[in-house]
Structures are given as structure tokens and as C-alpha cells.
Design a protein around this ligand. Structure first.
Ligand code: NAD
Length: 266
């Protein structure tokens, strides 16, 4: 963590005291979801988090124990019933929910590494299911737990709009995620439930290591971004905390880049 990051974390920008948030997507301390959870906790939110399986659990607990998460539950969105069980547990613990962060993505290696033109039906199906439809399911399950409104966040990438070399299948999947987010924001807006997609620049995480030549993406981001800085997970966390806070109550349906301005470059 850089000195600048420590300074940013030392003084939370927003007040999330009294808010209850569900974080799906912590794999380890380097996860974008871990960076967001840390800022949420610093701002006073009460948190529930999930781990993918027993292999991942100790790495997730290393993060959640430090942050005092009140619930830490198993959740593989591809396993029938697991996501529903998480929302049941949240309802039993808190009676409601104020925000959630969907920070998960997956594509089978072979499909991720091939051209979109060659992607298999099965690979496309799994990638869409885990990386996009799970957000729709979370919105569906969160709606009854948010009678006084709330906020739903997903994490996307610029490869949804532009062709980013080696991003392949995840490009169309993120485009679908972003579009789903917009429809959800429109449909749930009358209930005071807001939705956003945060679009970070490249960050070295476990999921990112599955993308071919990811180091080249990092080097390009650092050279093209006007600030010439790579994004850190705390930068994503600061935006996420603002978006779920009451300070952002009239903002919904947006895709906000946290990329040091990389999206400006032609
Ligand atoms: P990460 O590996 O730390 O997190 C990915 C998470 O997805 C893991 O916690 C993993 O357990 C979870 N996941 C995968 N399959 C799952 C399933 N079946 N059920 C439940 N969870 C499952 O990597 P990350 O980079 O923090 O990724 C988080 C999000 O950020 C993803 O949506 C990713 O596409 C997005 N993103 C990442 C970058 C980047 O450069 N790292 C940039 C833009 C967007």
C-alpha cells in the first residue's frame, strides 16, 4: 500500500454507519472486493461476505476477520441454492440490506484464451451465468430486503466497449453486465434502489492473472493514463463507498471509470 493510499484510508470520505452491506467476490487481500470492504468498514458499515469454497475460505477469512465482518458464508453462484442461502442468512441476521457489491467473474480458460469468434456455447454460457446473470439474481434477491432503498454495485471493464487485446470473451460478458445494470437501475429506481457499474483500470489480482499478457495491459495503462499511475484497490473502494452512501442518493445507472483517466486516450 502506498503512503497516499494509507492517507486516503485514514480519513473515510463518507459515513456508512448503520448501513449493512453484502460483499461477494473476495478471493484474498488483493481482490477488488477486499479493497472495497476495507473502505466500507472504515466508513462504519456492517458487513457480510462470502467465500467461493473451502480452499478459498482461509484467504477470505484473513480479510474478513480483520474487518469484523458479521457473516462469512460459502457462495458459489454456480451451485444451486447457495446464493439464495446467503440472502436467507442476511435476512435472518439483519432483517434487511442496504447495499451489495458483486465483484465476481469467471470464464473457462480455453474460451477466455481463444478468439470470441471461436468461443464455445458452453464456455459462453458459464461465463455469462457466473459473471453477469448472478448480478441479476442478486438484484432479484436483494429487492425484498431493501424496502427503504439501497444500492447494487457491479465491477466491469473498458473491454466491454472497445476491443482490448486478450480480453476476448469477457468483453461481451461485461457489455451484458453493464446493460443489465442499466435495466435494473431503471426497474428498481421507483423503490429507491440504485445500481452502478464501477470500471477500474487493470489491477493485478487472481482473476486478472487468467488474462493472457496481463502485464502488457498494466504497462499500457500506466503509460496511457494521463496521471501515469496504476489504480489500487483502495481507489475502487473509495468510489464504491461514495456510491453506496446517502451522498450519492440521486445518482443511479452509471458506469464510472476509476482508471486514472486511461479511458480518455484514443
Ligand atoms: P479476484 O480473483 O480477486 O476476484 C474474483 C472473484 O470472483 C473471486 O473472489 C472468485 O471467488 C469469484 N468467483 C469466481 N467464480 C465464482 C463463482 N462461481 N461463484 C462465486 N464467486 C466466484 O479478481 P478481481 O480482479 O478482484 O475481480 C473482481 C471483479 O473485478 C471481476 O468482476 C473482474 O472482472 C472485475 N475487474 C477486474 C479488473 C482487474 O484488472 N483486476 C479490472 C476491471 C474489472
Amino acid at each position: 500500500m502506498t503512503h497516499e493510499t494509507e492517507m486516503a484510508l485514514a480519513a473515510p470520505l463518507v459515513d456508512l454507519r448503520g448501513k449493512r452491506g453484502l460483499i461477494v467476490g473476495i478471493a484474498n487481500e488483493h481482490s477488488i472486493a477486499a479493497g472495497c470492504a476495507e473502505v466500507f468498514a472504515q466508513a462504519g458499515a456492517r458487513l457480510a461476505a462470502t467465500f467461493l469454497n473451502t480452499k478459498a475460505e482461509p484467504f477470505v477469512r484473513a480479510v474478513t476477520d480483520k474487518l469484523g465482518c458479521e457473516l462469512v458464508l460459502p457462495c458459489d453462484v454456480h451451485e444451486p441454492g447457495q446464493l439464495e442461502a446467503v440472502f436467507d442468512a442476511v435476512k435472518a441476521q439483519w432483517g434487511g440490506l442496504d447495499f451489495l457489491l458483486h465483484s465476481i467473474a469467471f470464464a473457462p480458460r480455453e474460451d477466455l484464451h481463444s478468439r470470441v469468434t471461436d468461443c464455445s456455447m458452453e464456455g459462453f454460457d458459464v461465463a455469462m451465468n457466473i459473471s453477469c446473470h448472478s448480478f441479476i439474481r442478486m438484484a432479484h434477491l436483494a429487492e425484498p430486503l431493501m424496502p427503504d432503498g439501497g444500492c447494487l454495485l457491479a465491477v466491469t471493464f473498458y473491454g466491454s466497449e472497445r476491443v482490448v487485446e486478450h480480453y476476448n470473451l469477457m468483453g461481451p460478458v461485461k457489455a451484458a453486465l453493464e446493460s443489465s445494470m442499466r435495466y435494473i437501475a431503471a426497474e428498481l429506481g421507483p423503490k429507491g434502489i440504485r445500481a452502478h457499474a464501477i470500471s477500474p483500470g487493470p489491477i493485478k489480482t487472481r482473476a486478472a492473472s487468467g488474462i493472457d499478457h496481463f502485464d502488457e495491459l498494466l504497462a499500457e495503462a500506466a503509460s496511457r493514463a494521463p496521471e501515469h499511475h496504476l489504480v489500487e484497490i483502495a481507489d475502487v473502494g473509495n468510489l464504491a463507498a461514495f456510491l453506496v452512501s446517502d451522498a450519492a442518493r440521486r445518482i443511479t445507472g452509471t458506469i464510472i471509470p476509476v482508471d486514472g483517466g486511461q479511458h480518455l486516450a484514443a
